[in-house]
Design a protein around this ligand. Structure first.
Ligand code: NAD
Ligand code: ZN
Length: 348
């Protein structure tokens, strides 16, 4: 396969700086890395946080963002085993880890202190050719629609892992807060496929219809509800057994600690800048609730999440635009105007 010397990418030179669509060099894979011709990339709200430097993580600069890249292997470093040119591969947020610390030994690679992050500490998928550690790159089954699978590589894996973290039984209620967004729209479907009853929370009629079309049994509108906590407790006859927070709202997290059922689990996924979890200690103790953080997923979670998708149990509600239009997608995400996920086509 012939690989060009240069390619098109969206690059920013400083945090919060302009998102420039420009020609850059095609990277050379390190001995442990694949070179992937990225065909499509999902646009995650994390990409907004990275660009805005919302979190205590130092970005590589200049940076090519993006961490939901789906493409084809076109080359690899000399130490790579188990991959061949032509295989379909995915670029995930976790690009690589040390593989020799306590966390990596226990399959918690995303918690590794040396974790290398696509589109943050490592140039990501908003370019036509990207590198990924061959150990962490996702394996995508032959014949998969690469635009459709792209959002699974972060949003899908993350919500699947978050649902596992909630430790629910089939038939129990799960609330998804931020349900119409990229993560939420997949969380509704994974939750259904895992046998749970879904209460979706988001704002506005269009988002409500959308959540119901994906399988939510009840929609609670945070922009209209007079008492969201009571409404949710009533709809679920005592509160959901689990709450998955995928909104970018500190207040929504606080409410989830109030409406969750006794002995239930609040899962933190969304990462609003500088947010704190506030829960009344008396209630937390007497209701014996658990509050747990959940951060992407390991290789097994990734393979399982992709398998749900490959078996048709989860569909990605996507809109496809050219990579050059990424700045517009950033604006829509910031304004909360995205239903499901935008995916960029790197050829345009
Ligand atoms: P998104 O913008 O597509 O979706 C967010 C949704 O939340 C929107 O539909 C919005 O209307 C809704 N919302 C806003 N305020 C709300 C409120 N008070 N109550 C209920 N819903 C509300 O974002 P996304 O791409 O799905 O990402 C969501 C968050 O998850 C981001 O903070 C992102 O960084 C984070 N994330 C975390 C992980 C992880 O591993 N923990 C992985 C990926 C993304
Ligand atoms: Zn993401």
């Amino acid at each position: 396969m012939s690989v060009p010397k240069t390619q098109m990418a969206i690059v920013f030179d400083e945090d919060k700086g302009p998102l420039n669509y420009r020609e850059i060099a095609v990277p050379t894979p390190k001995p442990n890395e694949l070179l992937i011709n990225v065909k499509y990339s999902g646009v995650c709200h994390t990409d907004i946080h990275v660009h805005a430097a919302d979190w205590p993580v130092k970005n590589k600069l200049p940076l090519v963002g993006g961490h939901e890249g789906a493409g084809v292997v076109v080359g690899m470093g000399e130490n790579v085993v188990g991959w061949k040119v032509g295989d379909l591969a995915g670029i995930k947020w976790l690009n690589g880890s040390c593989l020799s610390c306590e966390f990596c030994y226990n399959s918690n690679e995303s918690n590794c202190a040396q974790a290398d992050l696509s589109g943050c500490t490592h140039d990501g998928s908003f370019q036509q050719y990207a590198t990924a550690d061959a150990v962490q790159a996702a394996r995508i089954p032959k014949g998969t629609d690469l635009a459709q699978v792209a959002p699974i590589l972060c949003a899908g894996i993350t919500v699947y892992k978050a649902l596992k973290t909630a430790g629910l039984k089939a038939g129990e209620w799960v609330a998804i807060s931020g349900a119409a967004g990229g993560l939420g729209s997949l969380a509704i479907q994974y939750a259904k496929a895992m046998g749970y009853r879904v209460l979706a929370i988001d704002g506005g009629e269009e988002k409500g219809e959308f959540c119901k079309s994906l399988g939510a049994e009840y929609f609670a509108d945070f922009t209209k509800s007079k008492d969201l906590v009571e409404e949710i407790k009533t709809a679920t006859e005592g509160g959901p057994h689990g709450a998955i927070n995928v909104s970018v709202s500190e207040f929504a997290i606080r409410q989830s600690c109030e409406y969750v059922r006794s002995c239930g689990t609040v899962v933190l996924v969304g990462l609003p800048a500088e947010a704190k979890v506030v829960a009344p200690v008396f209630d937390a103790v007497v209701k014996s609730i658990s509050i747990k953080g959940s951060y992407v997923g390991n290789r097994a979670d990734s393979a399982e999440a992709i398998d749900f998708f490959a078996r048709g149990l989860v569909k990605c509600p996507i809109k496809i635009v050219g990579l050059s239009e990424l700045p517009k997608v950033f604006e829509l995400l910031k304004a909360g105007q995205v239903l499901g996920r935008y995916v960029v086509d790197t050829s345009k």
